[in-house]
Design a protein around this ligand. Structure first.
Ligand SMILES: *Cc1c(COP(=O)(O)O)cnc(C)c1O
Length: 469
């Protein structure tokens, strides 16, 4: 017997065949989990990689060694890319973390629509073709006071479709103070150009008056547009024409007036002591012909864009051929219907709608949660970081005013002296490396885990022993 050498031609010759790997015990287990084709391809890839290497690793002659490498490959591939995380960033509606969480009723409706055929565009009473908007139009009319409503993929699509329908090759008058950019490169002037409209800017960044709009109205005017400047504020010497003023102006000149509300809560949040957000109902009462808003911001539903307002204008929007490319699928339509239904019982909303439930969560409850978690967290961190409870300020997020914060509490983790600058980043990475990644925010000297949005306390605690700080 020659002694096996690690590497060289002798090593290569000793590699098992693909068949031997597949027939080994480890190979058969893998086939049970991933299927024969995938395991065969993985075995070929692992063997090819070993052959291409400069030396053959000592264990490579053993089919079980190859199978173990295959298992690692197959598991990495099978792991979902889109995964649940803990949002402890202190931003309740975090766009990068998927914004609103769906209430139970919406998840059930979504599941039913996914598993069964449904009357998406089928009129059950007449037995013929129906219109998908009908599942939510009545609810939106009731909740906003609008004559009619249509829904599309998201609010960006709603704005685009509205502009393209009402102001193609015409001018859209907008205040210079409202030419906003929303995260992810949604810039009002660019969207307008792509929608085929000419932007007619009026006023100045800080002050725009009724007469600015009035002076710009002419034969080519297609639309007056007001954009809710949700993600920033102009402070100090400022002036803006109100919705009521613009509504009256537009009506006297027979031009449509649209308001892009962005978040657009359907209920008055001030009822729960939250910062007031404009509602679509109020914009319509002020004279807007059309209002657009998102489904997954303060409405607390799935990604969607609502357009509500005058029936004749909604009909024109429905006839735009581009709408087909922007329409809502049955899953989100089912979820949206369920979320809108919850809004019909506002007294239960704070209990049933996760977004609102987190926004109204009392500070004392968040502090109590912090106190309960602190000992386990200290134990998991050992000497790598100091943990303490600190006051925190939560943002509503997704374009709601960044200065309207909600008092909250966080676990502040300060890395030990030895770790210096790299400590904070390393600590944040360790929390992201947990089976359900924990996303916090770095604030000065500490990694802050804001607890306003932590509802699954047990799930959070359960995985702490696996932290590798
Ligand atoms: C968020 C927002 C949008 C974009 O809405 P999406 O639903 O994210 O497409 C448009 N306009 C305003 C004012 C917004 O706040």
């Amino acid at each position: 017997m020659t002694k096996p050498r690690p590497g060289g031609r002798v090593g290569l010759a000793r590699l098992p065949s693909v068949d031997r790997v597949l027939q080994s015990e480890a190979g058969r287990t893998l086939i049970g989990a991933h299927g024969r084709t995938a395991v065969r391809d993985a075995a070929r890839a692992v063997l090819a990689a070993v052959r291409a290497g400069r030396s053959v690793p000592a264990g490579a002659a053993d089919p079980a060694w190859i199978a173990a490498r295959c298992a690692a490959r197959l598991e990495a591939r099978a792991a979902a890319s889109l995964r649940p995380v803990f949002n402890l960033t202190g931003v309740v509606l975090h766009t990068n973390l998927g914004r609103a969480l769906l209430p139970e009723a919406a998840r059930a409706a979504l599941d039913a629509a996914a598993a069964h055929p449904c009357n998406l565009e089928f009129d059950l009473s007449a037995g013929g073709r129906g219109e998908r908007d009908e599942h939510v139009e009545g609810l939106l009319r009731e909740l906003t006071g609008a004559e009619a409503a249509t829904v599309v993929n998201n609010n960006a699509a709603a704005v685009f479709l509205l502009l393209n329908t009402l102001a193609l090759r015409k001018e859209v008058i907008v205040s210079r103070g409202e030419l906003i950019e929303i995260g992810g490169s949604f810039r009002m002037p660019d969207v307008m150009q792509r929608a085929g409209c000419r932007l007619r800017e009026v006023g100045t960044t800080n002050r725009t008056h009724r007469h600015d709009y009035e002076g710009a109205i002419g034969a080519r005017t297609g639309l007056l547009l007001k954009v809710h400047t949700s993600n920033y504020v102009v402070q100090g010497f400022t002036a803006a024409a109100s919705e009521r003023t613009l509504g009256a102006l537009a009506r006297s000149r027979r031009i449509p007036f649209a308001v892009d509300l962005g978040s657009g809560a359907l209920v008055d949040l001030a009822k729960w002591g939250l910062p007031a957000e404009p509602t679509p109902r109020r914009s319509l009462e002020c004279g807007a012909h059309l209002v657009t808003f998102s489904g997954d911001k303060l409405l607390g539903g799935p990604q969607a864009g609502m357009i509500v307002g005058e029936r004749a204008l909604i009909e024109r929007i429905r006839r735009n051929p581009v709408r087909r490319a922007l329409r809502l699928d049955k899953l989100r339509l089912a979820a949206l219907e369920a979320v809108l239904k919850l809004h019909l019982r506002p007294e239960e909303l704070a209990r049933r709608l996760p977004t609102l439930r987190m926004l109204v969560r009392p500070l004392a409850e968040i502090e109590a949660c912090a106190a309960r978690l602190l000992p386990a967290l200290r134990q998991a961190l050992g000497s790598s970081a100091e943990a303490s409870i600190r006051p925190s300020a939560c943002q509503i997020g997704s374009g709601s005013l960044p200065m309207n914060t909600l008092p909250s509490a966080c676990l502040a983790l300060v890395p030990g002296q030895r770790r210096k600058g790299a400590g904070l980043k390393g600590l944040a990475a360790a929390f992201r490396g947990l089976p359900v990644p924990v996303i916090g925010r770095i604030e000065r000297d500490a990694l802050c885990l804001d607890l306003r949005c932590l509802e699954d306390e047990a799930g959070f605690l359960e995985q702490l022993p696996r932290l590798r700080p």
